[in-house]
Design a protein around this ligand. Structure first.
Ligand SMILES: C[S@@+](CC[C@H](N)C(=O)[O-])C[C@H]1O[C@@H](n2cnc3c(N)ncnc32)[C@H](O)[C@@H]1O
Length: 237
């Protein structure tokens, strides 16, 4: 079975990188590519750089916002070549692969890569649970996008053949319940008019990201659903 791990590329500028990423993925047995607002896709250059991984390009899911690519994931890992002002728990490439391989047994996992020029924005990092920094020459640690993807995919490939380090009980098990809660949160938030009018999706996305990171227990989720239901009743009365 292929791992339920998606590679998410944000606003990729160079179509050749998208093709090289598809090839890197297929070489390492990964098939789910999500493209957030790519500058030039589909493109002949992406196809020619993908080698025999054109199927990955054909099946790539193109979305306009990061949230659309990760909303159903219970683990989201951002990648960055530099220290960020928003600090998230850090993982090595190897730890990232082990965690992702383990978690995908329970729910989809996303590994997110930034723009060629600017990397990930702070609001995108905020939507992740962990960040990965690939060890590299401190004088020049910034890898080409597709090479960074290649290294992470290689670690995932190695990790897929290892027995899991932790028991399956360590994966977040309440993926379905969290999705239901997120849907409830969305409808109540909209009914309350609790949104920033300049950036309608932003408040909700940030709140959803907070709850994803929190890895709530069943009891926590039920308390939060109860809380939302009380708000719904007040709004209805
Ligand atoms: C060319 S880099 C972006 C460089 C950008 N100037 C920055 O400072 O983030 C494109 C993407 O490749 C990935 N990347 C490159 N080098 C990396 C490293 N050493 N560790 C983790 N990810 C890396 C990240 O996803 C990054 O957003």
């Amino acid at each position: 079975m292929t791992p339920d791990i998606r590679i998410v590329l944000i606003k990729t500028w160079h179509p050749g990188n998208i093709g090289a990423v598809a090839r890197a993925m297929k070489n390492m047995g990964l098939y789910k590519l999500y493209l957030v607002d790519p500058l030039d896709f589909p493109s002949e250059e992406a196809t020619s750089r993908s080698g025999q991984a054109t199927d990955i390009l054909e099946n790539a899911v193109v979305v306009s916002e990061l949230s659309e690519a990760i909303n159903d994931c219970s683990l989201v890992i951002g990648t960055s070549a530099r220290d960020r002002s928003i600090s998230l728990p850090a993982l090595t490439a190897e730890q990232c692969a082990e965690k992702a391989m383990h978690e995908q047994q329970a729910a989809p996992v996303a590994i997110v890569f930034g723009r060629e020029r600017m990397g990930l924005l702070n609001e995108e990092i905020q939507q992740c649970h962990f960040q990965v920094n690939i060890d590299a020459n401190p004088d020049y640690p910034v890898l080409n996008l597709s090479q960074a993807v290649q290294i992470i995919c290689y670690e995932l490939f190695k990790s897929s053949s290892k027995p899991p380090a932790d028991g399956p009980e360590d994966a977040y098990p309440l993926h379905k319940e969290l999705t239901q809660f997120q849907q409830h949160l969305e409808s109540t938030t909209k009914a309350m008019g609790f949104i920033n009018l300049n950036h309608p999706g932003q408040t909700l996305e940030l709140m959803q990201a907070i709850f994803r990171r929190a890895r709530l227990s069943r009891k926590d989720l039920s308390i939060m659903r109860g809380f939302l239901s009380s708000i719904d009743k007040k709004l209805d009365s």
